[in-house]
Design a protein around this ligand. Structure first.
Ligand code: M6R
Length: 620
């Protein structure tokens, strides 16, 4: 949450900072700001609201200089206001910084600094960091250190970081040391872009696209100093460390909207391709199995596994639940999906033969990262199923599988879900084929999977039908989403999509559980969305559906093509192609994504930037 950018080089910093902030806006959009240093003067421009508002402000009040920092905020401490916007200055005006993370001991530090006479302007935890660096800087200067010596700045920064509890990614400028930009990381991601006589700083690689592909990832407890021609990285315990420059691959490139009005819609429509990419190079027809390059686990180790824990948050957790069903059905390995925020604190009894997979689109989700660290600390092999190459979880896990879905910018996750399900299906096949699954069954599995991109493309043809349904029900205040077996996680996911982008209350349930309580909610203004394609539990779901109809509740059904029986029972049908049950989530999730999208549009909601949310949840 919150996006940070920085620049030092030979070009006008404000242009680059604003461009970078526009690309990072999905991380938070409560406010935006930049600071630029020129001739030992710090110029700050910031304001509540979107980056577009900041751009207007800078058009009327431009800033000059080729070194600067910028920030787009998702508010944690202090309301979204101009004064709480980043960058924050210290009282002396010598230090300015941007921050992503949470400073847990900010109250104590603020009280101590206030006793020394320090006056605070904002109610943020971040200003405490700026003031504390300023205070340490003052001490160093008073004891004879030169304000324009980079070592003095390092020392003030280090002394401050040693006092902080919590998480931070920081970009810092010192007025009296104007050729340098500092960065510090603990728990919030930062990446440095390496250009020709210029360096970039960012929360992730998206602002670097088009400027450089060469990057340096900072690790926790790293601080970095960037000058136009130089970079130095110091680690808390070891001092200056080697800087490993990596080259990012093409897949980070497509972040343009193209012909689509919203990223969410673009990403929904990308799913035939993103599912294809998740399968590319991973289907082994000769042995009727899957292949994975980066698992870092040999066949013997994988055969010894007798339990799998999948851990994740939000949509990735829903994909994990599909994974649980897939792995148990095809590999017969007991599997549980755990909320990362629960797993990390509950001291689950994992054994040497338990394998943990963290599922995450961003690779930066704080709870998932903490669960990964906790499992690894206890010696359990922990692998990642992740979309974002070079993200913290991808780098810290013992190995893993990339989704190759391309950047997902819409806050509501769509293509990541179907790519996660695809990868989990391949994993189930791989683990199954190492155990009892026959060659023939493996072949049939692969054949079904291979057909999915085309079937998903056909599923998208339901968009017009979905629009009609949205028009009819967009003003309802509650929705139920119901499905069984593989479509139970889909019901959960459909409800989450509707909640997060249209702000309508929605509940996802296993269809049969509805009689154990939620059915009390049913009335003529509460639609139930039944996910009921043909399959083993079809009859059971139809009975549940009739129970709702009998009580006067409107029913929308996601059903197989030409399902006259369902059509005769329900208020609206959205058809999806017939596919094998274990792959149904790949098609049944699509109309639910579209439904959430269309309802949100009709209600005038900001689809790509829903209120109170951010794309990467990097706080606990
Ligand atoms: O990046 P991750 O997959 O770790 O993110 C997990 C959740 O924060 C995320 O799926 C969230 O629930 C989405 N906004 C749902 O659309």
């Amino acid at each position: 949450m919150c996006g940070i950018v920085g620049y030092v080089g030979h070009r006008p910093a404000s242009d680059l900072l604003l461009d970078g902030l526009s690309r990072l806006e999905y991380r938070g959009y409560d406010s935006a700001g930049i600071a630029v240093v020129e001739d030992r003067e710090i110029a700050v421009r910031k304001r509540r609201g979107r980056v577009a508002g900041l751009i207007e402000l800078i058009e009327s009040h431009p800033v000059e200089g080729s070194i600067g920092i910028g920030h787009t905020r998702w508010a944690t401490h202090g309301d979204p206001s101009d004064v709480n916007s980043h960058p924050h200055l210290d009282e002396s005006g010598r230090v300015v910084l941007v921050h992503n993370g949470v400073i847990e001991n900010h109250d104590r530090l603020k009280a101590r600094l206030s006793e020394t006479g320090c006056g605070f302007r904002s109610s943020t935890d971040t200003e405490v960091v700026a003031q504390l660096i300023g205070w340490h800087l003052e001490q160093f200067i008073e004891s004879g250190h030169a304000a324009d010596d980079p070592e003095t700045c390092w020392s003030a920064l280090r002394a401050t970081l040693d006092e902080l509890e919590g998480t931070y990614g920081l970009g810092v400028l010192f007025r009296d040391c104007p050729g340098h930009l500092w960065a510090a990381r603990c728990g919030s991601p930062l990446v440095i872009g390496v250009g020709e006589q210029e360096y970039f700083l960012a929360s992730d690689t998206s602002p670097l696209i088009g400027y450089t592909r060469d990057v340096v990832y900072l690790d926790d407890h790293d601080t970095a100093r960037l000058g136009r021609d130089e970079i130095e990285v110091r680690h808390r315990d070891v001092g200056t460390r080697d800087v490993a420059v990596q080259t990012i691959q093409d897949e980070a490139v497509d972040v343009e909207l193209g012909e689509f009005p919203h990223y969410m819609l673009k990403e929904i429509y990308e799913q035939p391709d993103s599912i294809r990419s998740a399968m590319r190079g991973r289907m082994d027809g000769d042995d009727a199995t899957a292949v994975f390059g980066g698992l870092n686990a040999d066949a013997g180790e994988l055969r010894r596994i007798d339990r799998i824990v999948l851990t994740a948050c939000g949509t990735s957790w829903h994909a994990g639940l599909v994974g649980e069903y897939l792995i148990e059905e095809f590999a017969r390995i007991p599997t549980e999906v755990e909320y990362a925020s629960e797993l990390r604190y509950r001291n689950a009894p994992l054994t040497d033969t338990t394998m943990v997979f963290a599922i995450t689109q961003s690779g930066e989700t704080a709870d998932t990262l903490a669960a990964v660290r906790e499992c690894r600390r206890k010696g359990h092999k922990t692998l990642a199923i992740c979309n974002t190459v070079g993200s913290t979880i991808a780098r810290e896990a013992d190995g893993g599988i990339y989704l190759h879905a391309g950047p997902e910018i819409g806050v509501a996750s769509t293509k990541a879900f179907t790519s996660q399900v695809t990868v989990l299906a391949l994993l189930a096949l791989y683990l199954g084929r190492m155990r009892h699954m026959s060659f023939r069954a493996g072949e049939a599995f692969l054949e079904s999977l291979e057909a999915m991109p085309e079937l998903v493309a056909r599923t998208l043809e339901c968009h017009d039908a979905v629009r009609e349904v949205a028009r009819r029900f967009a003003d309802c205040g509650n929705f139920l989403y119901l499905g069984r077996q593989y479509n139970f996680p889909v019901a959960l996911e459909g409800a989450l999509k509707l909640k997060e982008i249209s702000y309508i209350h929605a509940e996802g349930y296993p269809a049969a559980e509805m009689k154990h309580g939620p059915i009390a909610l049913v009335d003529e203004r509460t639609p139930s969305v039944f996910v009921t394609p043909r399959g083993g539990v079809y009859e059971k779901v139809v009975s549940n559906l009739e129970e709702i109809k009998a009580r006067g509740g409107p029913v929308i059904a996601i059903a197989g093509p030409d399902d006259e029986r369902i059509a005769g029972l329900v208020d609206e049908v959205i058809p999806v192609p017939d596919v094998p049950e274990f792959l149904q989530p790949l098609v049944t999730s699509i109309p639910l994504q579209l439904l959430a999208y269309e309802v949100a549009l009709l209600r005038g909601c900001d689809v790509d930037r829903p209120r109170n949310l951010a794309k990467s949840v990097t706080v606990e």
